[in-house]
Design a protein around this ligand. Sequence first.
Ligand SMILES: C[S@@+](CC[C@H](N)C(=O)[O-])C[C@H]1O[C@@H](n2cnc3c(N)ncnc32)[C@H](O)[C@@H]1O
Length: 194
Amino acid sequence: MIDLLTTEKQFLSSHLRKGGVAVDFTMGNGHDTAWLSAQVGEEGKVYAFDIQKQALEQTALTLKKEGSPDNCTLILDSHTEVERYVKEPICAGMFNLGYLPGSDKSVTTLCSSTMAAVEAALRLLEDGGGLLVAVYPGHAEGTREGEMLESFFSRLDRKKICVSKLKIVNSPTSPFFFLAEKREKAGDGKGSAG
Ligand SMILES: C[S@@+](CC[C@H](N)C(=O)[O-])C[C@H]1O[C@@H](n2cnc3c(N)ncnc32)[C@H](O)[C@@H]1O
């Protein structure tokens, strides 16, 4: 059986490299932040965002527990503000939408801010970079986010950004994810067909 949390990392990992810059747009308990931190290594950098102070506190503990390199900047602000903090191109970004498990379900990601943040993430993505967006359609706002993102991603020019989706088709309320991959510039030998 497919485990979303493992599979999404497998899909994103080819875009991560030591020394790269990555963004966790939905920090939560910091599991994704810790994973990104290990992937980019000591010479890399991770920016992580959340609007809940509790998430920053929990993430600091997670990073300590995981023995993560000292390469993370934890930011108490909405991911819509990412371009105020991140000035360099990023090799990878991650969104795990929805609410913090075991916490206040009313503090969830919302269509309008998610859309603005995804657009900003795509602007920041370096050539060859990847953006992972995991959607949780088991609640009303999650369903709306999924529909909105599907419509948005389907309209992007595939010659510039190629977007894939992994979904369990016979489990409609299970999480699914999109992977948006920015094309390498022509002539670098890394372009793909299609
Ligand atoms: C499903 S949880 C993320 C799980 C997390 N990636 C982890 O590894 O534990 C979603 C998180 O998004 C946060 N969030 C909601 N709206 C946000 C916003 N506008 N900007 C940044 N984070 C937001 C929530 O507070 C919550 O912690």
